[in-house]
Design a protein around this ligand. Structure first.
Ligand SMILES: *[C@@H]1O[C@H](CO)[C@@H](O)[C@H](O)[C@H]1NC(C)=O
Ligand SMILES: *[C@@H]1O[C@H](CO)[C@@H](O)[C@H](O)[C@H]1NC(C)=O
Length: 986
């Protein structure tokens, strides 16, 4: 994902620097590698196993879902959209937290994801970085990278030596899972948005480092990657064209969540720019806006969804089809969670992204809108060889309209008209006529009566001409096509429009058909039979079904009803053409014997309609026989009543909670001798501090969670204030103590990532006395590194300057700690980022299985008196039956006006960082598999009070977010160790 503000300045400058490619026209296979021919391409589209295909893909990050059994849930949901591909990033930093020790075990194993993709019937675009951005910690770069000098994302040999072992390792995993080896991977992408470049002094560099690109491609080759390589230029700037197929990103709706209709005007189309840069490969958008990120103090993803909801998908995705886009990857289709400190400082625990599939895995309306669009493209092969030939722009008595006409260059006949408001923010609906070219000449549609073509505000529609749908030759249709199938010799076409609109379809035929309205009101259908065509006009209601003899069955439904239809890939190879009406989610369809076995999720009462060949005589839903009746047009209809059992959800507020003080560091007797001594006098960091020793956490191997600093001093006498410059990332905070005396805090705000503070000491220091200054700071994640050559991800966490007022004491030494072990972290199963530096976490008290019976009892609702940190634990049992999907979150209510921070640990997994006074997140989804749905759970949380007045939670609740029957099946708990005494812990 792009850092939009940072690229804005580059785009204009770069548009003149487009580099044309001079590859020959015709079918291309990857030139290097083993000469595979499983994935090839020409100037229009990709071919997979020789078949021309639209690549319709959704982005998912396996690292943002630490429950392997839930990948299949997400992937089945993506497959059910009609998509055929999923695109992934791999986060280098999490798998090589300690340099040289790659961790592909447990939740970090990619194999279960690839296996799930294969079993869902999806191809994979693998994007392993080394740089990924992704709003993730370091943009994928490991924390130890801060100590590797020189420019990253260049051919700097220090950097090359850093990434090569990782790319070699992940490259081999990708190679093993390529389509040529029977796996799902069809494309591989080195780097990410390698589009903006910086000189060491921070000035912009117009040139990409082509040697770096060559080294990456060479390492891909060495690892055995033979599928085509792609890139995702942040805009069509002609960067990294040495990959096999050039691609780019596009986020056209912007990110102004505060204003849900702040959509900018989209470019007419990118087609000509694409042709300038990559005329011989398919127009490929490797990232297309599927949602929005949100930052600390932001608006929340429900608000962002208003900006990037179903209307956005209608207006902007269709605008993209107007550019003849033949690889489209929606970023994100499912965002997931920044568990275990995986976010960069620009984001928070939720990476919901306002995506079509929400963080809790429920489906938003946008999901259903995308399903209509993807299914249409999948049954419209001529789209893949179409290119824009004309753009009409005209005013109407409502708004101004833009229509792009695409012509199938290969067949020379079919056309697609993409109709939209010229200004996407237009609030007026328009009624007008459209001029179209057809095989019978120019027509102005709609033709019958006085009807107009209606384009509501925030909408866009596609008109087709000379469109072959099985046995029907559609001359044109102003109703949109969702799908069509030939079933037992009869062509079934599913058409839709908004409720109440009129729409028209003309079919080329010399037969005379009786227009037989088998369902719906006959009065809503008008028709005109001519010698070579039949034109039908509908006023679109819930559902009208018209039979044209035994040849054609037309379903005309309103858009919301169209959402209920699914086009499953039966047995994953479509040997049975079916269309199924099934409500909330149809996951899979298998046909064997005479039984069509369907699986999926329902809520409420679901009306099923099975439009399938007669060879399917029995139907099951999640293994249970579906009773159906024959409709008047030969399909089967039935009703299914969902059974969602009530479950007991414990009231967290009433549980028995135990607690301990988690800031023993500010008690007089505290011994920090086991801490790392911060005694470096050199930092590889470009920002050189003024401190006598380096106080940057990454220099000592600490990269996530809380960091503690302890400075030991001998007073000169008369010291009165302590001043510091400290950095922790956006929304960070810190508290300062002089021995046991609290001096104050910076409570943080959404934007500041650093702070200059001045604190009055605990009385003027007496000459010769010893003092310890303790600083507890938040670490909001490593920064990203959007520009090639910049070193932003190395931004320090810690102090760049400190001083005393009144007098200057003598420094004895500084001590520092973060997570126990730093890069040599303890918990291999949950990964290096999961733990922070708080006492209780260093000790492992966040883990299940600890005997806390000797701890005192207190609830976090009672809370902490004064400033400091307390750590709370409780346990509870869940017993949620199989056969349902009940996503659960842990929710907080807005609390008192005091400032505090909470880190949530669920069965040892850090699954939320709650900052009440900054927000916006108050609800923290925790997936099944992290939550044990069938037994005991340990919930632990740190409560850091940043004020004298103390802090307490107003509420803490387990909330069932949704209840559906069905689900993906058994979800096993992610395996990770329980508590054991940690030798050497402190
Ligand atoms: C590579 O690292 C070494 C020290 O580790 C440093 O002296 C050298 O300048 C670095 N090279 C570049 C190109 O930054
Ligand atoms: C249509 O476009 C014309 C020319 O750009 C402009 O003057 C007019 O205001 C627009 N009308 C509407 C309704 O937006």
């Amino acid at each position: 994902m792009v850092s939009l503000s940072r690229i804005a300045l580059l785009v204009t400058a770069a548009q003149s620097a487009v580099i044309p490619r001079d590859a020959p026209v015709g079918l291309k296979v990857r030139q290097t590698g083993a000469g595979q021919n499983a994935v090839t391409w020409d100037k229009y589209s990709f071919y997979v196993n020789g078949e021309r295909v639209m690549i319709y893909s959704g982005e998912v990050h396996p690292f943002r879902n630490p429950v392997q059994d839930l990948h299949l849930d997400i992937l089945q949901k993506i497959k059910a959209l009609g998509f055929n591909t999923v695109s992934i990033y791999v986060h280098w930093g999490i798998v090589e937290y300690e340099r040289g020790k790659l961790n592909w075990d447990g939740v970090f194993d990619l194999q279960p994801f690839f296996d799930a993709a294969k079993s869902a019937g999806l191809w994979v675009i693998a994007r392993p970085g080394p740089y990924i951005n992704a709003e993730s910690a370091g943009g994928g770069f490991p924390g130890w990278g801060a100590r590797v000098e020189g420019q990253w994302r260049t051919s700097n040999p220090n950097y090359t030596a850093a990434w090569q072992p990782y790319i070699d390792s992940v490259g081999k995993i990708i190679a093993k899972n390529q389509i040529t080896k029977g796996g799902p991977i069809i494309l591989a992408q080195p780097e990410n948005e390698y589009s903006g470049f910086m000189n060491p002094d921070g000035s912009l560099n117009p040139n990409e480092d082509t040697e770096y690109e060559r080294l990456l491609l060479e390492e891909f080759d060495n690892a055995g990657i033979e599928v085509p390589t792609v890139c995702n230029d942040a805009w069509i700037g002609g960067h990294f064209t040495s990959v096999d197929v050039y691609g780019y990103d596009n986020y056209p709706a912007g990110f102004t969540c505060s204003d849900p209709l702040s959509w900018p005007d989209p470019p007419d189309y990118f087609y000509s720019s694409h042709k300038d840069v990559a005329p011989n490969s398919p127009n490929s958008i490797l990232e297309f806006q599927g949602g929005s990120f949100d930052s600390w103090g932001g608006f929340g993803f429900e608000q962002c969804y208003k900006l990037i909801g179903p209307e956005m998908a209608r207006v902007f995705n269709k605008n993209t089809y107007a550019s003849a886009t033949h690889l489209l990857n929606i970023y994100m289709i499912y965002g997931g969670t920044n568990w275990g400190h995986l976010s960069n400082p620009g984001g928070y625990s939720s990476y919901d992204y306002s995506a079509a599939i929400a963080e809790d895995r429920t489906l938003r309306e946008k999901y259903y809108e995308l399903k209509l669009q993807a299914n249409f493209l999948m049954v419209s092969p001529a789209y893949l060889t179409s290119a824009p030939v004309d753009v009409q722009k005209f005013p109407t008595n409502g708004s101004n309209i833009t229509i792009t006409e695409l012509l199938d260059e290969v067949g020379g006949k079919q056309r697609f008209y993409i109709v939209r408001q010229t200004k996407p923010t237009e609030t007026t609906s328009s009624a007008f006529k459209v001029d179209i070219e057809t095989s019978v000449g120019k027509l102005t549609v709609p033709q019958l009566g006085t009807a107009s073509y209606i384009l509501p505000a925030h909408d866009s529609k596609i008109i087709v001409t000379d469109y072959p749908a099985g046995g029907a030759e559609i001359l044109y249709s102003t109703l949109e096509i969702m799908t069509w199938k030939v079933i037992d010799g009869r062509t079934v076409i599913l058409l839709y429009a908004n409720a109440g609109e009129s729409g028209e379809i003309a079919i080329l035929t010399t037969k005379t058909y009786k227009v037989d309205v088998r369902r719906g009101k006959a009065s809503t259908v008008t028709s005109k039979q001519a010698s070579t065509s039949l034109t039908l006009q509908f006023v679109v209601g819930h559902e009208t079904v018209v039979a044209l003899g035994e040849d054609i069955l037309l379903y005309v439904v309103d858009r919301v009803n169209a959402y209920n239809f699914w086009v499953p890939d039966v047995n994953l190879d479509q040997d049975l053409p079916v269309i199924i009406k099934a409500g909330y989610l149809l996951r899979t369809a298998k046909f064997s014997g005479n039984t069509l076995s369907l699986t999926g999720d329902t809520n409420g009462t679901t009306v099923f309609e099975i439009i399938a060949p007669k060879s399917a005589q029995a139907y099951t839903w999640n293994g249970v026989r579906l009773d159906t009746d024959l409709t008047r047009y030969g399909t089967q209809e039935g009703r299914y009543r969902t059974r969602t059992p009530r479950v007991d959800i414990p009231d967290l507020a009433r549980l028995k909670w135990k607690y301990i003080n988690s800031l023993p560091e500010v008690s007089g007797s505290y011994d920090d001798s086991k801490w790392v001594t911060a005694d470096h006098t050199y930092t590889p960091n470009k920002i050189k501090p003024t401190t006598p020793v380096i106080l940057y956490a990454s220099d000592y191997g600490f990269h996530s969670g809380n960091i503690l600093w302890r400075g030991h001093f001998t007073a000169t006498g008369g010291e009165t204030t302590f001043n510091l410059t400290i950095q922790g990332g956006n929304a960070f905070a810190y508290s300062v103590w002089d021995g046991g005396k609290y001096l104050g805090s910076f409570t943080g705000a959404p934007a500041p990532s650093a702070h200059n503070g001045s604190y009055t000491l605990a009385g003027p220091w007496v000459k010769g006395s010893s003092h310890v200054i303790t600083i507890l700071q938040d670490h909001m994640g490593l920064e990203q590194n959007w520009f090639g050559g910049e070193e932003n991800f190395k931004s320090f966490r810690g102090l760049s300057d400190y001083s005393f007022g009144g007098a200057t004491p003598t420094l004895k030494h500084w001590k520092v700690t973060g997570n126990l072990g730093g890069e040599k972290f303890v918990d291999w199963a949950r990964g290096g980022y999961n733990e922070g530096g708080l006492y209780a976490v260093r000790k492992g008290y966040h883990l299940p299985g600890l005997d806390d019976s000797k701890w005192a009892s207190k609830s976090p609702l009672k809370g902490i008196k004064g400033p400091g940190v307390e750590f709370y634990r409780t346990t509870f049992t869940l017993n949620i039956p199989d056969g349902v999907d009940y996503p659960i979150s842990i929710d907080f209510r807005s609390s008192t006006s005091t400032s505090f921070r909470v880190e949530l640990y669920v069965n040892g997994w850090q699954f939320g960082k709650y900052i009440d006074d900054i927000g916006p997140q108050k609800s923290f989804p925790v997936p099944q598999g992290i939550l044990n749905y069938k037994g005991e759970n340990t919930l632990a949380l740190s409560l850091w009070s940043l004020e004298e007045s103390g802090a307490a939670l107003d509420s803490i609740d387990l909330v069932v977010r949704s209840e559906v029957e069905g689900g993906v099946g058994i979800v096993r708990n992610s395996l990770a160790p329980d508590f054991t005494e940690r030798p050497g812990s402190y």
